[in-house]
Design a binder for this molecule. Sequence first.
Ligand code: ATP
Length: 512
Amino acid sequence: MSEDVFKKIVSHCKEYGFVFQSSEIYDGLSAVYDYGQMGVELKNNIKKYWWDSMVLLHENVVGIDSAIFMHPTIWKASGHVDAFNDPLIDNKDSKKRYRADVLIEDHLARIDEKINKEVEKAAKRFGETFDEAMFRQTNPRVSENQAKRDEIHSRFAKALNDSNLEELRQIIIDCEIVDPISGTRNWTDVRQFNLMFATEMGSTADGAMKVYLRPETAQGIFVNFLNVQKTGRMKIPFGIAQIGKAFRNEIVARQFIFRMREFEQMEMQFFVRPGEELDWFAKWKEVRMNWHKALGFGDHKYRFHDHDKLAHYANAATDIEFEMPFGFKEVEGIHSRTDFDLSSHEKYSGKKLQYFDPELNKSYTPYVIETSIGVDRMFLSTISSAYAEEELEGGETRVVLRLPAALAPVKLAVLPLVKKDGLPEKAREIIDSLKFDFKCQYDEKDSIGKRYRRQDAIGTPFCVTVDHQTPEDNTVTIRYRDSMAQERVAIDKLSDIISDKVSMKKLLKTIE
Ligand code: ATP
């Protein structure tokens, strides 16, 4: 999918009430977005899918909802005050600021793309006899590019791990990376920049206290670890899940809702016995990948990407990447965080955060596996996979959102064929009986064809049309979004037909 399609998706999101630029009438606020009447429904459904998959399917996972403001020392303990930094570089001609690591990653991705194109071309040429591994080794252009890539990649990983800002700059110079806007290589030095938003709380004689807007929801879970463990009588292994807003003063704020300054996370911290963490890491990787794949967008759209640079707290980390319109990008991170956070909070707070394990008959600081997914990135991956432009018979086209029915904002539209002869009343009656279970929409304006298009554009899986036969025999036509097939059914069958398809339960069952 191209950037062009991506632009279409962004304008579709606006046109149909999914996502608006924040403060639009004041010319917007950069990297902040509002969800509209359709967007909020889709977003809530995504959250429900995640929440239920955590707290319903796992007896030992419970949820919390912690405050956005937290004691400022928490961010000292977590490392965010000292180490939550991005390496930045400015182009002196365009005056634009970039993340140095992102510039290099993009450069690596371009080399990968070159290699893959070569391989694809050869695969086509040789057909079934094609031996890809052999080709990659022996083709001079491919192996040369691969060697170049590996060399840059290992320098890059080392520079990140050593926080060597000069070397990051040198890689950018050596790779002849140019500013996409000015096209020049006139770069400044690389500097670090803290991503947390700060504000002030209260006012005392000594002045106000500096507090931060949380840059992740995870710390709210760590500092409540003992509260939940004790009051919930939780036994290790167990998890705590949370959905909530997080804030980061992102520098490179582009690509729509992919990188925002205010966004929402769904995080789960799973507390385990020390030494068992890598088994649990493997288990959660699998569980989370299955959750994504159950949506049915195609398994080829997902991949794991193991981290080159492990964060200061982690002993294993991977991302689940999704094929966005602009390439494979991180949607979720899965990290083995050791006992870093709990130990650090013990140190800074002076309170014990240990667990007494009755089976081992001893106390220890649990290790933690974290799964952390951005709601907004999940929203973007969902809507961009669902978006399709189709040619219909007779030269017509339609835009359809092929959303999984359980996530669709509106489950069914009820459409009277005409605005008279008692058909609108009959349509309202149907809505009145179904509205307790499904989000319904009534529409009587324009031709039936136009009304179908509007519902396709917001991903409504079912359209129910009330016509002149309806008052006679209590039947309606039901039209299916994806196939556009229509069939005549009794009104009292509607509820069963719809609930079978839109059921969250059914979707959840396919994960297991
Ligand atoms: P990136 O490398 O893209 O900046 P990250 O590795 O810093 O992301 P994490 O700290 O692991 O991200 O956060 C977990 C998840 O939160 C990410 O996988 C992503 O889905 C989401 N997320 C992080 N930053 C943002 C943002 N600025 N806007 C939207 N979602 C975000």
